[in-house]
Design a protein around this ligand. Sequence first.
Ligand SMILES: CC(C)(COP(=O)(O)OP(=O)(O)OC[C@H]1O[C@@H](n2cnc3c(N)ncnc32)[C@H](O)[C@@H]1OP(=O)(O)O)[C@@H](O)C(=O)NCCC(=O)NCCS
Length: 164
Amino acid sequence: MSEHAIRIETASEADAAIVAAFIRKMLLYTESLGGYAGNRSESGWAELAARVAEEIRSNPKHAYLLAKDGEGSAIGLGAAQIHEAHLALEPCKTLHVSTLFVDESQRKGGIGRRILEELITFGKSRGVDEIDLGVEANNPAVKLYLDAGFRIQRYRMVLGLKGN
Ligand SMILES: CC(C)(COP(=O)(O)OP(=O)(O)OC[C@H]1O[C@@H](n2cnc3c(N)ncnc32)[C@H](O)[C@@H]1OP(=O)(O)O)[C@@H](O)C(=O)NCCC(=O)NCCS
């Protein structure tokens, strides 16, 4: 499918289940790279879908953008939330990108890049100072972010305590 037949749309409440399904698929993949383990409980995912619907309905700080093909089927997701800096810090509004996912069969056609650009546009339109995200160092998506102008700023230091 041509990249141009793809539309990037704000998700509606009716899309909440597919949004949750995409988040789940992204976590399955990033967990395989050493990232956070996705929730194993079905009820947890049902609860997340309900929360997403609520955020779409009433929280303008959240962006849920779906890529849809010519038939209107969702094939990718970008999700982000605006955070204000802690009071101890100089005021700073950050858009945190929490999900970027494209169906495996549709990858490497520019859709992920387009979703990311739309998230950046969302951030600019809301007057955010910066956009951030976390990504496993071994995820090929790192190149996508570097190409888009993101820079590596800090390490996340982790001391695992389970099983020690
Ligand atoms: C990351 C992701 C959304 C990119 O979507 P996409 O539609 O394939 O992205 P695009 O076609 O717009 O851009 C591809 C760019 O992403 C990078 N990239 C991402 N995943 C890649 C992969 N598996 N292999 C090679 N390049 C990859 C490359 O830099 C590539 O640019 P290039 O073609 O100029 O080399 C998609 O690979 C995906 O869903 N991955 C699984 C979930 C994930 O890891 N999400 C990011 C979590 S931080």
